[in-house]
Design a binder for this molecule. Structure first.
Ligand code: RIB
Length: 338
């Protein structure tokens, strides 16, 4: 296995110069750089990353913890993180907590052992202790999507309440008055805020919130399917559904189809996220778009600024959401003749 000394000898330079070329720690002439790189190539020399990291106190690696790596929302956020990180010389370690606090704690420990320089953290639930524990160990953390009370960290969110309001206002403008809501986990701020937007739009329209129309889901497809079955079985079923994420909206569309209801002729459905899947459902899904890629890229930028020593009070960003109208919503069906 070639060493730095072998490279120095082959290139006719000092070991220190080889180190400066490898670690970019001091400007060197192009000629010297080329001689060193040629010698490394000829000898098949590989810098010892671990030794290099220990010397520099940084691994140039970021950790990401997300609750569900098969939900395309997190994949699209991770893409924004990855593009920014690659462009700025950082590698990534992606951890899936499965929305489980114990698994989340395990991975937080793994990332500390791997000496990542910082972590983008999407909470599984009440994850305040996990984040505070990381901060106590001097690990910079940026919180994304699920806000955590009691945590002083840079935070990147979407405007969930306005998004819930946009979805519900759209259905009201189409003429719907019986609008169901399929929520996400009520302990997560994105779901709670979307439901608050739903309630706000109904209140502004002078409509009471019929609690039997608000059914809990868990952000997964099956819960959307079951919730839609429950809502459509009501004596006075809703003519429209607002699902607090796209996967549950897809489940609702499938449940309606299995019950012989056409979307949107018999039932309008609105989702939330605007993952790429939303364009390909049948019918294509009207939904509320979150700027997923931008959320990830911004979180990665904030994190690297902290890693590079930026001192400032915690920053909180709330990015805009917007309605994307496709073909899963329409005016309510004419009432059946009495
Ligand atoms: O689809 C997954 C949901 O979990 C998204 O709406 C996102 O906001 C996250 O909270």
């Amino acid at each position: 296995m070639a060493t730095m000394h072998d490279v120095a000898r082959r290139a006719g330079v000092s070991v220190t110069s080889v180190s400066h070329v490898i670690n970019n720690t001091r400007p060197v002439s192009d000629d010297l750089r080329q001689r060193v790189l040629a010698a490394m190539e000829e000898l098949g020399y590989q810098p010892n990353q671990l030794a290099r990291s220990l010397r520099r106190g940084q691994t140039h690696t970021l950790g990401i913890i997300i609750p569900d790596n098969v939900n395309p929302f997190f994949a699209e956020v991770a893409r924004g993180i990855e593009d920014f990180s690659f462009q700025n010389g950082y590698s990534l370690i992606l951890c899936n907590s499965d929305s489980d606090l114990q698994k989340e704690l395990h991975y937080a420990g793994v990332l500390v052992e791997k000496q990542v320089d910082g972590i983008v953290f999407v909470a599984a639930g009440h994850s305040m202790e996990q984040v505070v524990g990381l901060q106590r160990r001097q690990v910079p953390v940026v919180v994304v999507d699920r806000e955590l009370s009691g945590v002083a960290a840079d935070t990147v969110l979407a405007d969930n309440q306005r998004g819930g309001w946009l979805a519900t206002r759209h259905l009201l403008d189409l003429g719907h008055r019986r609008i169901g809501c399929i929520t996400g986990p009520s302990d997560l701020t994105p779901s709670a805020d979307r439901v608050a937007g739903y309630r706000q739009a109904l209140a502004e329209a002078g409509l009471p919130v019929a609690e039997e129309l608000v059914v809990r889901g868990d952000f997964h497809y099956d819960s959307g399917y079951r919730a839609a079955q429950q809502l459509l079985a009501l004596p006075d079923p809703p003519t429209a559904l607002f699902a607090c994420n796209d996967l549950m909206a897809v489940g609702a569309i499938c449940a309606a189809a299995d019950l012989g209801r056409s979307v949107p002729a018999d039932l309008s459905v609105v989702g939330f996220d605007n993952v790429s899947l939303a364009s390909y459902t049948n019918p294509p899904l009207t939904t509320v778009a979150q700027p997923m890629y931008e959320i990830g890229a911004l979180a990665a930028r904030l994190l690297t600024e902290r890693i590079q020593g930026m001192q400032a009070p915690p920053r909180r960003y709330v990015l805009n959401t917007r309605l994307v109208v496709r073909r899963s919503t329409a005016a309510p069906p004419a009432p059946a003749p009495r």
